[in-house]
Design a protein around this ligand. Structure first.
Ligand code: SF4
Length: 174
């Protein structure tokens, strides 16, 4: 399938993640420079990333994306993401698939991802297999479409009260 859009480097990993969580969250991220993530969950992710970063790991900037932790060896490249929770979420899986795609486009070989889960010794390995590729392209398309749409209606989902930084904006003090 033809890549869509032409330059996925211009799409932020956070927006890829939002696209799998909530279209309203995605729309606000795409249309606002004012409302930004600042929740404890985001800080926790940054803290974990710094704490677990080891020698030999590098930061890589690709377009509008900064990959905090990439291990590069002669034979393979691995992007590491550090996430809250005990289980791999689909939004995190596709975000990492986006980073794998960007690294491949930049010429890195044998690229895969590892999601490190907080509170668990588990890690989840992510590969850009054909099925994941299709999901990633659908996600890119949704992001492009959302740039042209009006803000989506309010629909409650499981993330509203589990870490979304816009919960008060959407739902007030309930
Ligand atoms: S609070 Fe819920 S509806 Fe509002 S942006 Fe966040 S996830 Fe979406």
């Amino acid at each position: 399938m033809k890549p869509n859009p032409a330059y996925p480097e211009e799409i932020r990993g956070t927006d890829v993640s939002y696209a799998r969580i909530c279209q309203r969250r995605l729309w606000i991220s795409l249309h606002s420079d004012v409302i930004t993530d600042g929740t404890e969950h985001v800080y926790e992710g940054k803290f974990l990333s710094e704490r677990k970063r080891k020698a030999g790991f590098s930061e890589v900037t690709l377009g509008r994306n900064r990959l905090d932790s990439v291990s590069i060896s002669e034979n393979e490249t691995c992007v590491h993401e550090f996430k809250k929770g005990r289980h791999l979420l689909e939004c995190d899986r596709i975000q990492v698939a986006h980073y794998i795609n960007l690294l491949q486009r930049a010429g890195f070989h044998n690229v895969y991802g590892i999601v490190h889960l907080l509170g668990s010794r588990d890690v989840a390995k992510i590969f850009l297999d054909p099925e994941t590729w299709v999901t990633l392209q659908e996600t890119y398309r949704l992001i492009e479409e959302m740039k042209l749409k009006k803000i989506p209606a309010l629909v409650r989902n499981k993330f509203c009260f589990s870490g979304c930084s816009l919960v008060e904006f959407c739902w007030g003090d309930i």
